[in-house]
Ligand binder design. Structure first.
Ligand code: ATP
Length: 269
């Protein structure tokens, strides 16, 4: 079976500095993988390379094949077909995905209408409106009508992240990339959003690339994990194995740090 995503020898450079070096991994349809590593290890750049959204200052090398399409050095026009249908991204800060001057309902309607058009359907405005409310309800937003009629600044950070997830899901992508999707949220909201992402990804049978520096968070949603350090893969394997028997010193440090933090929290409980 061909993989949905194959990253092969990916190298990302700026000037003469390598930010990601010789990175290879693959992801099958419906598979859930975590990309972990400390700040600056290259996780977000890797995600950008997968979607073809690298900053101009970064030169990519190697190969990224997503849904049968080479992404590296491919025109934006060709990649626009992939974005939405093959891949959608949920970012750490939901405001990145939202237009501050547009009501939520219209914003969710955008990707939804594009998907319907892609599927050869040209729905009446009222059908789109109904589906928008269904999507808002699906991500467990209370009073979908009220939310649809609100501007982003009129709802909470957790609600904004739910809207961003609804927009990503409205595309029905084969692969969802979640880049630190809960980092900007308080602990209770983090847990709710994680649960939501987990159940939606399973329900809609999407593949998930989950990016985080937070090991316990990653462990709750993925099957497999790849550990990045200074832009290089240091360890990869089933999440339970990597967490319970880390082989690389760097992974051991990450696991120990997470356990120490958990123990400290229990001590204060
Ligand atoms: N546009 C850019 N130009 C030059 N260097 C960059 C650029 N974007 C990121 N970098 C550098 O590339 C490295 C990897 O950055 P990246 O954002 O991928 O890390 P990360 O693992 O996602 O970190 P974090 O968890 O803090 O988001 C860092 O050293 C960063 O400073």
């Amino acid at each position: 079976m061909t993989a949905l995503l194959t990253v092969d020898g990916l190298t990302l450079r700026t000037g003469d500095q390598a930010l990601v070096s010789d990175l290879s991994f693959s992801l099958g349809a419906g598979e859930r993988m975590g990309l972990i590593g400390e700040s600056g290890s290259g996780k977000s750049l890797t995600a950008m390379a997968v979607t073809g959204l690298l900053p101009k200052s970064i030169r990519p090398g190697g190969s990224v094949v997503l849904d049968g399409q080479q992404v590296i050095d491919t025109s934006d026009r060709a990649l626009n077909r992939l974005r939405g249908s093959s891949v959608a991204v949920v970012f750490q800060e939901p405001l990145t995905a939202l237009d501050p001057l547009m009501k939520i309902g219209r914003q969710v309607a955008g990707p939804l209408a594009r998907r319907l058009a892609r599927e050869g359907k040209s729905p009446a405005g009222r059908d789109v409106e109904r589906e928008v409310l269904q999507f808002l309800d699906h991500v467990a937003l209370p009073q979908p009508e009220r939310i649809a009629n609100s501007y982003p600044h009129e709802i909470s950070g957790g609600q904004r992240q739910r809207v961003a997830i609804a927009m990503a899901l409205a595309c029905r992508p084969k692969l969802l990339i979640a880049d630190e999707p809960t980092t900007a949220l308080d602990v209770t909201t983090q847990a709710e959003i994680l649960k939501l992402l987990d159940s939606l990804v399973r329900e809609l049978d999407m593949a998930l690339l989950f990016i985080s520096h937070d090991l316990p968070v990653v462990a709750t949603v993925v099957d497999r994990v790849l550990v990045l350090r200074n832009g290089r893969a240091v360890e990869e394997g089933p999440v339970k194995t990597v967490f319970n028997q880390p082989r690389h010193d760097y992974t051991k440090t990450l696991v120990t740090a997470a356990r120490t933090f958990d123990n400290a929290l229990e001590g204060t409980a």
